[in-house]
Design a protein around this ligand. Structure first.
Ligand code: FAD
Length: 471
């Protein structure tokens, strides 16, 4: 039977979700508030407007996680990828698009689809229950009345209006000859062992140079409409440094309750702590290091921290206006709100980050909604695929600091190889030669993406994507 599924928000995620639903033979009613009501960042009235850069980042499906995500979306019939490919502009190994042509193509494809109705209206407050299944994809600048409605349903702390992103480091790039595992005062806390944090020690000279670098480093300003979205509990690391040379070592870098096993008699001047970020244990976040430093400055300055000289960053820090849910707590594995399962969420509001990731989550939300309408549940996506890794992180893969008694810690995440389960066996060179450096990294990425392609193909063969709706 054909079902009608409502989608709120005609951005990257909502447009893709509507397309997937319509292509599966169901009716999609897409509610987009522009041009009747604008946002601080959108300029036009087209669907899937790119609000800033025109890049979908790397298109390398063998060496880059977002390139793999492109490939997976293409193989699942993504409208966003089809329009991006058709409106590509030269950008080396990246996929960049002519933003107007891209948005016009998405708008025309949806407007011309017999199963899609586009309604230009703001959904003020929660979508009415009589709509039945509904996907909310209203993005980082969700209109206030709907945001308030969501907060009323889920609790005030469950929907954030700003992010405060600390950099995340691949665990296997941290130098364990320098760093050590220990929780402050060896406290196990709930769910911990007493050795849950990775600690990187600094002597006085290193600390003073680090503070000076933070103060001098190039920063990104806030947009006028963003205001200054921080308060004393979550100051950017460089703002703390500017408050005085001792501030950081009495704040997030305090060296108390920790002993360096390699120099137990020498007290470090300061310590940078990293906390496990995902259940796989492949990613660690730099505690208290939210920042407005530019990305290149973050890499340069944070690699001066002892133990992080060769750090590979899965995500760099930032602070932005951004409306997003505490998804690992609130959403089930198919992106439904536990408190009201008729509502599904998609796009940046789920805590993914980026155009491609938002569209990818929209794609899966559309498919989950269709599967539910058909009463034919989808097999979970293998976490070894880029789509599966991203959804798994949003819906539960992140390890919350709350579990250890800390504050809410889920922050927006882009797709990256740290979200993928590690390989069973590291690839080796010819005649079983052990590999190192860039050669090892390239072969590892190749093995991860090959595994993803094989697993996605198997998943698609098992489910044959979404069955077409019977008339
Ligand atoms: C200023 C800014 C710059 C960014 N720059 C980049 C970048 O360069 N690269 C990148 O990859 N990512 C960027 N992002 C992050 C993010 O990937 C994009 O915001 C992306 O567009 C998110 O897709 P989405 O579909 O979730 O939301 P959006 O694309 O924002 O779509 C949401 C849609 O919902 C509509 N809407 C909101 N509330 C309602 C309502 N109540 N009723 C009806 N319609 C509603 C909005 O008008 C909008 O069209 C940026 C974000 C912001 C805010």
């Amino acid at each position: 039977m054909t079902q009608t599924i409502h989608i709120v928000g005609g951005g990257l995620a909502g447009s893709e979700a509507a397309w997937q639903i319509a292509e599966a033979g169901h009716r999609a009613v897409l509610h987009e508030m522009r041009p009747r009501r604008g946002t601080e960042a959108h300029r036009g009235e087209g669907l899937a407007e790119l609000v800033c850069s025109n890049s979908f980042r790397s298109d390398d499906a063998h060496g880059n996680a977002v390139g793999l995500l492109h490939q997976e979306m293409r193989s699942l019939g993504s409208l966003i990828m089809r329009a991006a490919d058709a409106h590509q502009v030269p950008a080396g190994g990246a996929l960049a698009v002519d933003r107007d042509g891209f948005s016009a193509a998405v708008t025309a494809a949806l407007a011309g689809h017999p199963n899609v109705t586009v309604v230009r209206e703001e959904v003020e407050g929660l979508p009415p229950e009589e709509w039945g299944p509904c996907i909310v994809a209203t993005g980082p600048l969700t209109a206030p009345a709907l945001a308030e409605g969501i907060r009323g349903l889920t609790g005030r702390d469950s929907l954030a209006f700003f992010d405060a992103i600390a950099p995340i480091v691949h665990r296997d790039s941290i130098d364990m000859e320098v760093a050590w595992f220990q929780s402050r005062y060896d406290k196990p806390g709930p769910g911990g062992t007493g050795a849950d944090y990775l600690n990187c020690p600094m002597d006085r000279e290193q600390y003073d140079a680090f503070v000076a670098a933070l103060c001098a480093g190039e920063k990104i300003g806030f947009k006028e409409w963003e205001g200054t979205p921080y308060f004393d509990g979550c100051l950017p690391i460089e703002v703390m440094a500017e408050r005085g040379p001792e501030t950081l070592r009495h704040g997030p870098m305090k060296p108390v309750g920790l002993t360096n096993p390699r120099a137990p008699d020498r007290k470090p001047c300061a310590i940078v702590q990293l906390r496990q970020d995902n259940a796989l244990g492949t990613l660690y976040n730099m505690v208290g290091f939210q920042t407005k430093l530019t990305y290149s400055e973050q890499v340069r300055i944070f690699r001066t921290i002892p133990g992080l000289e060769n750090a590979e960053f899965a995500r760099l820090g930032g602070l932005h206006r951004n409306t997003y849910l505490d998804s690992p707590r609130l959403l089930d594995a198919t992106l439904r709100l536990k408190a009201r399962p008729a509502l599904r969420f998609a796009g940046q509001i789920t805590g993914c980050e980026g155009y491609v990731e938002s569209a990818a989550v929209g794609l899966m939300a559309g498919r989950f909604a269709v599967a539910e309408a058909m009463d034919a549940p989808l097999q979970p996506l293998p976490q070894t695929t880029a789509l599966g890794a991203l959804i798994a992180h949003i819906t539960g893969g992140h390890v919350s600091a709350e579990e250890g008694g800390g504050p809410r810690s889920f922050q927006p995440m882009n797709v990256n190889f740290g979200l993928f389960p590690p390989l069973d066996r590291m690839p080796r060179g010819e005649a079983g030669r052990r590999l190192r450096g860039p050669e090892k990294a390239a072969l590892k990425k190749r093995a991860l993406t090959d595994r993803a392609r094989a697993d996605l193909a198997a998943w698609m063969a098992g489910d044959i994507a979404v069955p077409a709706a019977a008339e």
